[in-house]
Design a protein around this ligand. Structure first.
Ligand SMILES: [Zn+2]
Length: 58
């Protein structure tokens, strides 16, 4: 558990399942909410993983 009380990936932003192996890392939205065509982007590789709203299907 870290200093924020998080010890499971469920508490983080959606975990990237696009990358194989490596440390667990989250996705973030780019551009920020409110921008055009927001997309989930892997924080590690910078790869666009899924359009916002379709993450469950990715
Ligand atoms: Zn990734």
């Amino acid at each position: 558990m870290d200093g924020h009380g998080r010890d499971r990936p469920e508490g983080l932003w959606p975990v990237c399942r696009s990358c194989n192996g490596g440390p667990v890392h989250p996705l973030h939205i780019a551009p920020d909410l409110g921008g055009p065509d927001p997309t989930w982007v892997c924080e590690e590789s910078g790869t666009a993983v899924a359009a916002l709203g379709s993450l469950a299907d990715a």
